[in-house]
Design a protein around this ligand. Structure first.
Ligand code: FMN
Length: 195
């Protein structure tokens, strides 16, 4: 599968790196787009060499200023795209059709071509404008999935949380995340008092 991964300047660079790692393990062809803000956040959270390592982990990598890159067009034919993590700036731009850089343009292409778009917005708390943008995107068919940990997996480390969230992004993109994702097996006998 041909997957576009957009990385913005929101907190959560580790989620992007892990999503790329899992996509590679799943055999996807990955097209990575990083904004200028992403480079700042990645360097701050993961270190000065992390952005280069992420570019190396992708099949193809682009700067968000490269508006002439193939993924700016519907004819590129990506199967799905995730923006992970997604800043409120990029979220708003995508919600309102601002194709002002390669990341927001590629996301706009996914929406107009009715292809799968997974957004992982990271901000807290959220104001009305953020929520309105998410509602608009959900109505346009995007999967809006904030990076909320599945605590029922009983994570022991930050790495566990990052792996589980990334695995869900991979699954929403339409790929099999394999052992990276712990699935709820059900809990026989678990019931609410009074039901
Ligand atoms: C270390 C760091 C963490 C940030 N975290 C967030 C965040 O979680 N959410 C957010 O919306 N913006 C966050 N920002 C601000 C964005 O990087 C900024 O709004 C930027 O213009 C986003 O542009 P982009 O979407 O083109 O990357 C953060 C900035 C820095 C430097």
């Amino acid at each position: 599968m041909k997957i576009v991964i957009g990385v913005t300047g929101a907190s959560g660079a580790a989620l992007a790196a892990e999503t790329l790692r899992q996509l590679r393990a799943a055999g996807a062809e990955t097209h990575l787009v990083m904004t200028g803000g992403a480079h700042i956040a990645i360097a701050h959270e993961l270190g000065p060499n992390a952005a280069a390592a992420m570019r190396g982990a992708a099949s193809f990598a682009y700067d968000a200023r490269e508006l002439g890159a193939p993924l700016a067009s519907g004819s590129f034919g990506a199967d799905a795209m995730a923006v992970v993590p997604c800043s409120m700036r990029s979220l708003a731009a995508i919600a309102h059709g601002f194709g002002d850089n390669l990341l927001t343009r590629a996301a706009d292409v996914m929406l107009k071509e009715r292809r799968r778009l997974v957004l992982v917005p990271r901000e807290a708390p959220l104001h009305e404008g953020h929520l309105k943008a998410m509602l608009a995107l959900a109505r346009m068919g995007a999967i809006v999935a904030p990076p909320v940990p599945p605590f029922y997996t009983k994570p022991q480390s930050v790495e566990d949380i990052v792996r589980e969230i990334a695995a869900r992004v991979v699954a929403w993109l339409g790929l099999e995340p394999g052992e990276a994702m712990t699935r709820w097996q059900g809990a026989p006998g678990m019931a609410c008092e009074g039901d």
